[in-house]
Write a protein that binds this ligand. Structure first.
Ligand SMILES: O=C(O)CCC(=O)C(=O)O
Ligand SMILES: [Fe+2]
Length: 344
């Protein structure tokens, strides 16, 4: 089933459309497309039932006749539906989207970094034990969090400034805290990470994401941090996507976004997108091309489709991102993404 050409309607849009946008309904809440089609078919002939987005909990029910959609809307909107497990459906009329504005959302989600074929990207499962995870969470929960618009953060070593998307190297907050010493030791003694282990990691950002909260696409500012970035996932899972524009140029995003560091390359023509599943206790290493040329981001989903299994982000996710603050300009091989090598 391809992605439907339907948009989530704006308030008041799409009346008398044969298509309904139905929320709280779909495979993620245990309702198959066949079951949904059968429940709605009592109002008229159904053309198809489609995923409305990647959540798995919102569908488009498309009738042949708009009168059928109106009847279904009146009978089912906001009421428990006995043929759909007693769920209360939230229904709106939907509209057809012009072909040109369709965004193709679904990217298959890999479990192993090697399946993504992005040079410099590695994922180490079970990098820490469940006991260590508990201790790390306890340690950060005993320290003050700083609230951003959608998530909470803590900074160690150096403060990360979200307005400049950089660090103030003159403001050293001190050594990284002792509760991460064993992690740092493991990083530097791990044979798999050896090429990157000579980095003395001196900056730590702890991010806490509530379920459904993601992170906007960005490349960590080249001039702020050296080559390798280590991100440890704790508590809950998420997927991380990577994208690269094959012909893009560096441009500073002037909007006040608290998430990213470099955003929105202009004159982009083609886009490669890949996604990986990050389970709790895994360590992601973003280095080389993955670090300098690919944007990374976390989609704002409550449920991720990982190889056909719907995985609910049921608890918060906390990540520990370790980086090395850069002291000279970046001289990477990707000047088009590099603020040190840009004359803008
Ligand atoms: O939460 C994560 O794993 C990634 C965080 C990140 O990309 C960043 O802080 O730059
Ligand atoms: Fe990042």
């Amino acid at each position: 089933m391809g992605l439907p050409r339907f948009a989530r309607p704006k308030e008041g849009d799409g009346e008398s459309s044969p298509n309904l946008y139905v929320a709280n309904c779909g495979p993620a809440v245990g309702l198959s497309y066949d079951t949904i089609a059968s429940a709605f078919s009592s109002f008229g002939e159904i053309k198809g039932v489609y995923a409305a987005d990647e959540s798995g909990a919102r569908v488009i029910v498309s009738f042949l006749e708009s009168g059928s959609a109106d009847s279904a809307f009146k009978a089912l909107n906001g009421r428990p539906c006995p043929h759909l497990g007693g769920r209360s459906l939230h229904i709106r009329h939907s509209v057809l989207q012009p072909q040109s504005s369709i965004v193709h959302h679904t990217v298959p989600v890999a479990l192993m970094a090697s399946d993504l074929n992005i040079p410099g990207l590695y994922l180490f499962h079970d990098f820490i034990t469940a006991e260590e995870e508990k201790e790390l969470l306890l340690a950060v929960d005993n320290r003050p969090w700083k609230s951003l618009s959608k998530r909470r953060v803590q900074h160690y070593g150096y403060e990360f400034c979200y307005d400049t998307k950089n660090v103030d190297t003159k403001q050293h907050l001190g050594a990284l805290p002792s509760f991460v010493s064993s992690i740092l030791k493991r990083v530097s003694s791990s044979p798999d990470i050896n090429d990157h282990a000579n980095l003395v990691l001196d900056q730590l950002t702890v991010n806490e994401y509530q379920p459904g909260v993601g992170l906007s696409p960005h490349i960590d500012t080249h001039s702020a941090f050296e080559g390798s970035i280590f991100s440890l996932s704790l508590a809950g899972p998420c997927i991380m996507e990577f994208r690269r524009y094959t012909s893009g140029s560096w441009v500073r995003n002037i909007t006040s976004n608290t998430d990213g560091q470099i955003e929105n390359p202009d004159s982009c023509t083609e886009l490669s997108r890949k996604a990986i599943y990050l389970p709790p206790r895994s360590m992601l290493l973003i280095s080389g091309e993955a670090r300098y040329a690919w944007q990374h981001y976390i989609p704002h989903h409550k449920i991720d489709n990982v190889k056909g299994t719907m995985i609910r982000r049921s608890s918060r996710r906390v990540s520990f991102t370790f980086r090395k603050v850069r002291t000279g300009p970046c001289q990477c091989e990707f000047p088009q993404y590099c603020d040190s090598q840009s004359d803008r």
